[in-house]
Design a binder for this molecule. Structure first.
Ligand code: AKG
Ligand code: FE2
Length: 290
């Protein structure tokens, strides 16, 4: 499979002067984000508001997490498949190791996770993960608002971010979430599929994040927004650390395509569906891939 290096994922800078809702700059930004999501299903966001210091601190602490004894890491369990600790070889690849942290923008939930991993406490881990999660949540909500405004759907869609995970080293897939924001420690590996079997590797700027449209958002938009197949391919000796924050709505949320997105050229493609039932179905039907 080739990697087409000429193809480039849109890079969109979120400058503070563009972020005032209703201005010409805002509308221009809405247009670019919508085009990127409709064409590629993802884009790179340059967003200086989340500082490089915070990112570096976060990846330093992730190393502490990865280096914990296995018995400790295995304490991170979840009743939902693949939402707790995933050891190397237990999922898709020998290189993959993942930690699920549900509800990371809730301080108590991060504290519980921290105490499980470091019974003697690790306040710096807890505070840094919580700060990062709340800032990512803000960025994610901003992107949703931009998408909503880009379709003229002002005030139509409120979703509460509930869930974030971080994982590493993966087979080709689309995300089930509404959307995902990914960032890494500058060791590249994330690839997206641009045409059948043509993959390109993303090199993300140090202050960028990749916003990826998930299956739920694609369904909500009546397939106006695209999802992109992506994977992680590792070569070389450096460890890649990445954080993927998945957003899913609160329990009981029904995904319903707004009537404004349905017309003769775009007949309704999805029945209304309960998001959590959809996720449960997907997670209980993941096949182990080697
Ligand atoms: O590690 C990455 O860069 C991508 C992670 C990812 O795609 C996922 O966890 O769904
Ligand atoms: Fe993914």
């Amino acid at each position: 499979m080739d990697v087409d290096t000429k193809f480039e994922v849109p890079v969109i800078e979120f400058r503070s002067l563009d972020l005032e809702r209703g201005t010409d700059e805002w509308h221009h930004l809405c247009k670019r984000v919508r085009e990127a999501c409709e064409t590629y299903g993802c884009f790179e966001v340059v967003y200086e508001k989340i500082s490089t210091e915070l990112r570096n601190k976060m990846f330093g602490l992730m190393k502490d997490l990865v280096e914990l004894p296995l018995e400790r890491k295995q304490k991170n369990v979840s009743s939902i498949p693949y939402h707790g600790y995933i050891g190397p070889g237990s999922l898709f690849s020998l290189l993959y190791e993942g930690f699920g942290l549900v509800d990371a923008s809730n301080h108590d939930s991060v504290k519980n996770f921290t105490q499980l991993m470091w019974p003697d406490d690790h306040a710096q881990f807890c505070d840094t993960v919580y700060t990062m999660a709340t800032q990512i949540e803000e960025l994610n909500k901003l992107i949703w608002l931009i998408i909503i405004d880009s379709y003229g759907l002002r005030g139509k869609w409120e979703l509460v971010m509930k869930h974030w995970d971080y994982e590493r080293g993966l087979h080709a897939h689309t995300d089930k979430s509404i959307s995902t924001i990914i960032f890494d420690n500058q060791v590249s590996g994330l690839e997206i599929e641009v045409k059948d079997s043509q993959w390109i590797k993303l090199s993300i700027y140090p202050s960028s994040f990749v916003f990826v449209v998930g299956d739920t958002l694609k369904a909500w938009s009546n397939e106006r927004l695209k999802v992109v197949n992506h994977r992680v391919i590792m070569n070389g000796y450096k460890n890649r650390l990445s954080i993927a924050t998945f957003t899913i709505p609160i329990e009981g949320t029904i995904i319903k395509t707004p009537k404004e997105l349905i017309d003769e050229q775009h007949p309704q493609l999805y029945k209304d569906f309960d998001c959590n039932l959809f996720y449960l179905f997907c997670f209980f039907h993941i096949k182990k891939i080697h």
